[in-house]
Design a protein around this ligand. Structure first.
Ligand code: AMP
Ligand code: ZN
Ligand code: FE
Ligand code: FE
Length: 290
């Protein structure tokens, strides 16, 4: 039998409950097929994917953590304009306050979609809500679903192209949405028994390492427990730097691919574009503190 220490894990996975293309059942089957030692389902602003996975039953040999990825407002003094996501691991999916807050965030997302479609209409790109609903199935609609329809209709060459030219920040069809503060996101996750983790620090586009360290210290003061050290877009040098920061500030380390199935086609579960791997020992360390 494989020694657990040689297994890979993937603690950042989206399902069809948000903007992944695989259902929770498909994610579990794939994790088993890939012999991943542990996974976490971390859908945007919902625990429906994690709940469904638990309902189906986790396959033998794969350890499972409940998760969520909350879009939050960064602390105002850091003047960040980029994606700011807080991951929560090992949360109680029946926590009432968490449920209520996630419901608000889901409403905000629902309200934004028609406004994005109006913006696209203004520049001559017609897409109906029904068309994007068809892409999302029963899950929540997000920009990747709109991007997929844009590719199908020939309005963009790829999902990335749709974001780069139309849907991304500062682009013609960008519409902001209501977010909770990172303080609230962190305290909600903790109150639900989970570990709040700063997602993909590299994507924060911070001016320098000192600012990142100040941000981490600030978030730690709010209750942050960890940093997502391993992420496909983190270079080896970045990973080393994030490891150092985690050790210096006694934070746990997490990692994952941000798997979205066909909505992020270049990223494979567990291995991203090829040689990416997150060691099983991280899962053991997380289990110790949960
Ligand atoms: P939303 O939740 O609707 O704000 O969409 C967020 C999702 O869009 C995330 O899962 C990202 O993976 C995806 N996304 C954000 N920016 C880009 C981009 N430039 N190219 C491709 N996907 C992106
Ligand atoms: Zn996503
Ligand atoms: Fe994210
Ligand atoms: Fe993600």
């Amino acid at each position: 039998m494989d020694c657990d220490r040689h297994l890979n894990i993937d603690l950042h996975i989206h399902t069809s409950a948000s903007d992944g293309s695989c259902t929770p059942a498909e994610v579990l089957q794939l994790a088993r097929k890939l012999k991943l030692g542990a996974i976490a389902i971390t859908d945007h602003d919902t625990v429906a994917g994690a709940r469904e996975a638990l309902r189906i039953g986790i396959p033998t040999g794969v350890e499972f953590l409940t998760g969520v990825e909350i879009s939050a407002n960064p602390p105002s003094q850091f003047n960040l304009s980029s994606t700011f996501h807080i991951l929560g691991y090992g949360i109680d999916i029946d926590n009432i306050e968490m449920e209520q807050t996630l419901a608000l965030l889901q409403d905000a997302r629902r309200n934004r979609n028609p406004r994005i479609l109006e913006r696209l209409q203004q520049i001559g790109l017609t897409i109906s809500l029904t068309e994007i609903q068809h892409e999302a199935g029963n899950g929540q609609l997000g920009r990747p679903h709109i991007a997929t329809v844009m590719v199908k209709k020939g309005f963009a060459e790829s999902i990335d192209d749709a974001f780069d030219r139309f849907l991304g920040k500062r682009k013609p069809a960008y519409v902001d949405k209501f977010r909770i503060t990172c303080k609230k996101a962190i305290s909600l996750i903790k109150a639900a028994g989970g570990l709040p983790v700063l997602a993909h620090p590299y994507l924060l586009d911070l001016p320098d390492d000192q600012t990142l360290e100040e941000l981490i210290l600030h978030l730690k003061g709010l209750g942050l427990s960890g940093i997502e050290v391993y992420y496909p877009e983190h270079s080896l040098e970045r990973v080393d730097h994030y490891k150092t920061l985690a050790a210096r500030h006694r934070l746990i380390m997490t990692g994952g691919t941000d798997f979205h199935g066909s909505l992020k086609p270049e990223i494979r579960m567990g291995s991203a574009t090829g040689d990416f791997r997150v060691p099983y020992t991280l899962f053991e360390q997380i289990s110790e503190v949960l």
